[in-house]
Design a protein around this ligand. Sequence first.
Ligand code: AHR
Length: 554
Amino acid sequence: MIDRRGFLRNTALGFGTAFLARSSSFAADSGSTIEVLLNEPLGTISPNIYGHFLEHFGTTIYDGVWVGEDSTIPNVGGIRKQLIDRLREIKSPVIRWPGGGFADSYDWKDGIGPRASRPRRTNSYLSNDAHAPAGPQRDDPNRFGTNEFMRFCQLTGSQPYLTANVRNLPAQDFCRWVEYCNSPAGTSLAEARKAGGATEPFGVRYWGIGNEQWGYLTAEEYAGEFRRFTSGVPRYGLDLQFIASGPVTDGWMPEGEWTRQMREWIHKLLEWHPFFSFPYGISLHYYAYNLSRRITNDLTGYREAMGDALKFEVVDWYEMLRQSDQVESMINTYWRTMGEQDPDHKVRIIVDEWGVWYRPGTGLGPLNVQGQAVTLRDALASALNLDTFNRHCDKVAMANCSFLINAFGSPFYAQGENFVTTPVYHVFQMYAAHQGGQSLRTIFDVPPLQYLRDGKRASFWGLNGSASLRDHELTLTVVNPHASEANPASVVIHGGNVKSGTVTTLAHKDIHATNTFVNPQEVHPTTADVKGSGSKLNHTFPPASASLLKLSLT
Ligand code: AHR
């Protein structure tokens, strides 16, 4: 059933780049149609949709980002240089730190002052995890603190997004962290910042008020914490944006119960307006992980429900993409529910953790906690997430790919001298063209693909993606999820003509393909020119691919 026309895959890939070069033309029609409506803009795609998430556990910070100034690994002030260079290439606009769950046990004061005299602390976030061996996740050396993170952001051209510890630090500590970061010279904390090498304020605008607070607070309790933490915070002339922790999102409970809890959470959070200002956004976390195809109603079985990052069947390929795609219905449900309290939609959605999550075992060794191989499947999952955020740019103000480095779904992996960009990196590189563009309504009239799930027929869309326009440059990104069939499609541009263009394709003959330190270029994109001109373009999207069409319009 899955491989009904499987031979096409070999035909398409056998031609390699030559095939790709010939696969776009202004010739006869084909079965699938993609209509781009230039006169129907959906809103501006915030560059912040292309953000990342950095949290301390395993080797994400130590070894991943921070190698230390005395390291033989090329670094800028202790920060891994290759990571800086590559993050600049993908124009990472914003980085969230220090967590995640870690943020709710982190004391920012441990991470300031002379590095050598900073305290070593237990990383209480993962120290009780049976899968976490001894190492930096149990023994946080605090070498990478606020100044180092800010330096990292400055070097990569990203904005910082800091998450406050709501669980076990008082609101006053949060105010002081804001002061440390943003106060001009004159206060004791500004002097402390200066002693750490930063005379100028960091100008941090994005502040998360806790992480996943639904884990231990009721809706009413969290709403109170949010108001307490955000009232009376010094602004220093900045337009501070407070991001509220969102309601439970992972579908760990029956559908009706989840909706009820979400409604209550949002209701409590927004009900006291106008006495308190609305949050800038409400956080939504979504990981695709449940490959066992059974719903886990609690956290006890969630590891068993996860699939393997590398060893998977074709059905798991489709299931992972299908589960990733559910982020769209979550965004829509969130938005509707938020609208009940906030009909003008002043509050936006911040998807500050999204990605894939597999069972442990495919990472870089025991210290690389939550390290997992990143394959072509994860690249397509990332591509369809980014396409979703583009299409919903009126709702989603920021999104942060989980994780930045050395954990599941990361665009980068590093270990000592070794560094590699994963297939996910290539998606960010390709999709960066959307940043700041006007998202356009785009209709995918494409037959769905069919596959077998547990002996029953299942289906998934045949092609999907997003389009945006900046000046006269049209960017169209398209995912073909079919594991083995190419999809020939007509791209019709309503309201414009193509003058010239290029097609960049990320594909591989093996859906399990990954980049490793030994073979870092196994999965990489190829680019070819679009031939001809006009308002209709025929293009064959290779199997298991993400494509970027950059078209100059007249
Ligand atoms: O391990 C990643 C964790 O997943 C984050 O800390 C938390 O926010 C999420 O539940």
